[in-house]
Design a protein around this ligand. Sequence first.
Ligand SMILES: Cc1ncc(COP(=O)(O)O)c(C=O)c1O
Length: 362
Amino acid sequence: MRAMEISTTLTTEPKDDARLAEILESPGFGVHFSDHMFTAEWTPEEGWHAARITPYGPLTLDPATAVLHYAQEIFEGMKAYRHDDGSVWTFRPEANAERMVRSSHRLALPVLDPDDFIQAVDAIVEVDQRWVPDTEGEEKSLYIRPFMIATDRFLGVRPAKHVTFMVILSPAGAYFSRGPLPVTLWLSTEYTRAGRGGMGAAKTGGNYASSLLAQQEAIEHGCDQVVFLDGQELTYVEELGGMNMYFVYADGRIVTPALGTILEGITRSSIMDIAGKMGHPVEERRISIDEWRDGVTSGEISEVFACGTAAVVTPVGELKWDGGQTPEVTEAGEVTMKIRQALVDIQYGRADDTFGWMHRVC
Ligand SMILES: Cc1ncc(COP(=O)(O)O)c(C=O)c1O
């Protein structure tokens, strides 16, 4: 396939070394952005064109730009990792590229060829490679945010005829400031995240906008994150606002909610392979909230964890709801931490990449 032509205009004001070192020492999450950004445009006549890397900076958008009104937009989330020899790698970028194709279908946006997606990500990460933190034993990385927005200047409701794809980069430290300590979850019984035929499986901003009120409710109840049930029966566990879920059974099985109205996480799918290889039978099926509550109370479910690119694998502690909670959990479970370590070791090049998941950028 023909490679995309990308023009590059470098910034004349790159972040100076001392300030960059300061940022990479304690990057936080999603607050600092690298020196450059990638942009490409799409129209029905020209297809994808004008691919370019330019200095990072604000966009100028007409107030009538479609995405500002009807939220026709999708995004991805992935990371670049620096290995001990200085090389820079991404993790299963083709999986993000393919998920973006699925999201674009649901949001009536044009398809960006997965090869072009990977080329764009590689190109911008290579240009800003000094923004990929050295890990020094910590889980630092460069978070990569590709996104596609409807940039028509038009207030009619229809799929956009001008679309912009961009990639921006943001150095990231550990997602949860307290490290992999168990997080408490609030069970949302009023709000759901997705319904049948809706956008639950797409990575689109509206899903996150609709999760915010429930997340606020979780915080008000002293919890870290919200967990959503299915929109139809309010019975089956779906996922958190930004992570998939796993349940570890005392007999070694691990169970994750089936696909349909949840985001098909790349971490979720990787864990299926890793846990399977470790000898855990993996089940993808519906799991009811009662199975969760009863299971952790009786001990049949020995560990619960959440997973996603940003936080990797996060132990889940108590589940709270209006009028009750599951037994207290003070420590991360053994299986949780074993899976977490196996995944992180592959990502940081400390273990053999037997699944062929890592992609070298530079
Ligand atoms: C709603 C939601 N579920 C699950 C995930 C996990 O997906 P992934 O493992 O691809 O990061 C994410 C993204 O991080 C998400 O936003």
